[in-house]
Ligand binder design. Structure first.
Ligand code: 1GP
Length: 248
C-alpha cells in the first residue's frame, strides 16, 4: 500500500512545497530517448516520473520502466489506463478510481483484475481519486473510459466529487483536463477544490508553460503533471521547474 513515494508527497505538502511530475507516454517515447531525458532530469528535477496513458499501443512499457529505473533515482510511477498497463518493475502506481465518471469498470472493475498482480509485484499502491474535467477537446481519456467529464464551468461539482473521494479514503485527488487539453483546468475550480480538501491535489492537462504552471500552483495544486508540452519541447522543463522553484 501507500509507502515511501506517498510519504514524500505528504512531506513536501506539509512543508508547503510544490512538486512536479513529468508524464512519459510509452507510445511517444522510445527506449533510446531515455538517456537524453534522464540527462534533462538531472538539471531540472521533477519529483516523480509518471509512465502511462489512456491507450498504449506499443509493447515496451516494461522495458521503458526498467530503463528509466536503471538510469535515474527518481521514483517511476505507473499512470495506467487499464489493468493491462502494469509493469512490476515500477516503483509505484497511481491506483486510479475514476470518480468523476459513472462507469463501474473504471471505479472498481479494472482494479479487481489489477489487485492480485499488484500484490505479487509488491509495488507501492497509491489510491487516487481521478477526476476528468472538460477542457475544450474530446480526449482519449474520456473516450476510452466512456465517461462524461465534469463541465469546465462547474467547480461545485468538482468540489463535491473531490470531497467524496477524500471521504471514501482516496489518498490524493488528481484533476485532469486530459493529455493535450486546449486549456488547463480553470483556476477557480482548482482554488475551490483546494479549499475543501485535506489530501494532496494533483493538477494536469494542457499546462504548456511556466506561467500556466505557476498559476496552477498558486491556485492550490500540490503537484502538477506535465506531459505533452515537454514531449514537444524538452527545453520547457527548465521554465516549468523555475515556476515550481519560485514557490519552494
Ligand atoms: C494527462 O495530465 C496529463 O493525463 C498531462 O497532460 O499531456 O496535456 O501535459 P498534458
Amino acid at each position: 500500500m501507500a509507502g515511501e513515494i506517498y510519504h514524500q508527497i505528504i512531506e513536501t505538502k506539509s512543508r508547503r512545497k510544490k512538486s512536479l511530475a513529468i508524464l512519459i507516454d510509452p507510445d511517444k517515447t522510445g527506449i533510446n530517448e531515455v538517456p537524453k531525458l534522464v540527462e534533462l532530469f538531472q538539471e531540472n528535477k521533477p519529483e516523480i516520473i509518471l509512465v502511462g496513458g489512456s491507450l498504449i499501443t506499443s509493447n515496451h512499457l516494461d522495458e521503458l520502466v526498467a530503463e528509466l529505473k536503471a538510469k535515474t533515482h527518481l521514483p517511476v510511477v505507473l499512470f495506467p489506463g487499464n489493468s493491462l498497463h502494469i509493469s512490476p518493475k515500477a516503483d509505484g502506481i497511481l491506483f486510479l478510481s475514476l470518480i468523476s465518471g459513472r462507469n463501474p469498470e473504471f471505479l472498481i472493475g479494472q482494479h479487481v483484475n489489477a489487485a492480485p498482480i499488484l500484490k505479487k509485484a509488491g509495488i507501492e499502491v497509491i489510491p487516487t481519486g481521478y477526476m476528468l474535467i472538460d477542457c475544450g477537446v474530446a480526449t482519449t481519456a474520456n473516450y476510452m473510459s466512456n465517461t462524461t467529464p465534469i463541465p469546465f464551468h462547474k467547480p461545485e461539482i468538482a468540489v463535491c466529487t473531490a470531497m467524496a473521494g477524500e471521504m471514501l479514503g482516496m489518498r490524493m485527488i488528481y484533476m485532469d483536463g486530459g493529455s493535450g487539453a486546449d486549456k488547463p483546468i480553470s483556476l477557480e475550480m482548482v482554488k475551490k477544490v483546494k479549499e475543501n480538501l485535506g489530501i494532496p491535489l494533483i493538477i494536469g492537462g494542457g499546462i504548456r508553460n511556466g506561467t500556466m504552471a505557476k498559476n496552477a500552483y498558486e491556485a492550490g495544486a500540490d503537484m502538477i503533471v506535465v506531459g505533452t508540452a515537454v514531449e514537444k519541447n524538452r527545453d520547457l522543463l527548465q521554465e516549468i521547474c523555475e515556476a515550481k522553484n519560485s514557490f519552494n
